[in-house]
Every structure is written in C-alpha cells, then in structure tokens.
Design a protein around this ligand. Structure first.
Ligand code: GLN
Length: 242
C-alpha cells in the first residue's frame, strides 16, 4: 500500500469516529451549585449529580445517547446553548418570557418559588414590603437577581448561590434571595441562618434547548411524560427531595 492510500484511509477513520462521537453524546450544561437539582459529589468528590442530572440521563438514554455533563457558570448557559457548545440546559432554570425569546423550554418539570435567607437573629422581615431597601445577595443571572431589583438598588450577584450564602454569613449583606429547595438544602448545613417564606409567585423549571432543535425538545417532553406516568419521576423526587 502506498503512503497516500494509507493516509486517506486513516483520515476516513478519523472522520468516521469523529462523527460517531458527536452523535453519541447528549451534552448537558448545568451550574452544579444548586442542590438537590445539581451538585458536585459522589465517591470521587467531583461527580456532577442530582435530580436534574438523573432526569437528563434518562432523556439521553431514550434518545440513544450517552449523557455528558458540562459544569459552567449559570450566567453562561444560554450563550453556550446558542453557540452549540451544549445540547440542553438542565439547571433548575425557571421558564420566563425573557429566556423564551432566545431558547425553547420543555414542559415544566418542577414548581418552585423564591425564599429569603437571613441570619437567625434578624427579625426585620415579615412581608414583601419589608424587603424594600435591604442589601440582597443573589446568584448572577437568576430570577432572584431580576426580582431583587424591584425592592432595592443594593444587589450583589455571585456566580453561585453558595457564595451568596457565605456573604450573608459574613454579615456583608442583609439577605439571600434564592430558590426554595436549594435554600432549604443550604440551611440544613448552616443552622445559624433561617428561612422566611413570603408571598412570591410560583416558578416552573424547564429544560432548555436551542430553537433549532425541535426534535430534541419533543424527545425531552416525551421522556418527561413517560416518567411522570410510570412512577419514575416520583421515585426520583423521593430520592432527591428530603
Ligand atoms: N430558578 C432560578 C433561575 O432560573 C435559579 C436557577 C439556578 O440558580 N440554578 O434563575
């Protein structure tokens, strides 16, 4: 065999295996600081796991693909999706009209709401009106980040909810506005804080895909509907929500 045939064969092989790879993976973007939906843990300590990840694994399986998780800043997820770096966002992301302008969402898979975290001795908040003028810490680019601006000019935004909570513990801000379930999760590990439920509207989480991917969207919705119907969804809820 001469050299050029060998080279052509080798190139074809490379191309083939390259194509195969792209089709075999469902690349899911998340911000793994949002327990119990996504967090870093496991035996190795660096595995991304949680409710969203288990759901995403099933979506991938049903689509005949292997799940691959990319852990990134929450604020970068939509940009990464529309740049084709990831196929789907699974990150406790609330379906909002602003986001629907740039991405498509699956059917809602979880209902949540915002709650307030304060230091235990703080007794100044009993209603939404009491939030006026307070210094908020939030997760950058979250619904809490947008909502906080209705109540105050003092909003400090962090890349993770965890950092926002550290700021509260250090007395640098008055409160953290965060999603109910992750807030309760962090509270369990920080007994010096307390959680206040106020009259915030419900929010619905959805998985996001690029507007150019209607087939993937349909396949996600099909998996969700099946899981809700056959009990797998409830089993995952029981596994992850304490
Ligand atoms: N549900 C909130 C949002 O969509 C927060 C999500 C998150 O921090 N991962 O903005």
């Amino acid at each position: 065999m001469n050299k050029s045939i060998l080279l052509a064969g080798f190139t074809a092989l490379l191309l083939l295996s390259g194509c195969g790879k792209e089709q075999d993976y469902l690349v899911v973007g998340t911000n793994a600081a949002f327990p119990p939906f996504e967090y870093v843990g496991g035996v190795s300590g660096d595995q991304v796991m949680g409710f969203d990840i288990d759901l995403a694994r099933k979506v991938a399986e049903d689509a005949g693909k292997t799940l691959k998780v990319e852990n990134m800043k929450f604020d970068s997820l939509i940009v990464a999706l529309n740049a084709g770096k990831i196929d789907m966002i699974a990150s406790g992301m609330t379906i909002t009209p602003e986001r629907q302008a740039s991405v498509d969402f699956s059917e809602p898979y979880y209902e949540a709401t915002q709650v307030v975290l304060v230091n235990k001795q703080d007794d100044s908040i009993h209603s939404l009106a009491d939030l006026t003028g307070k210094h908020f810490a939030v997760q950058l680019g979250s619904t809490a980040d947008m909502m906080a601006k209705k109540y105050t000019q003092s909003v400090t935004a962090f890349n993770t909810g965890f950092e926002a909570i550290m700021e509260l513990k250090n007395g640098k801000v008055d409160l953290v506005l965060f999603d109910s379930e992750p807030a309760a999760n962090y509270l369990a590990k920080n007994p010096e804080l307390k959680l206040i439920s106020l009259d915030f509207p419900p929010e619905f989480y959805g998985f996001a895909v690029a507007k150019s991917q209607p087939e993937l969207l349909a396949s996600i919705n099909k998996t969700l509907a099946t899981m809700k119907q056959n009990g797998e969804y409830d089993a995952l809820l029981a596994k992850h929500m304490k």
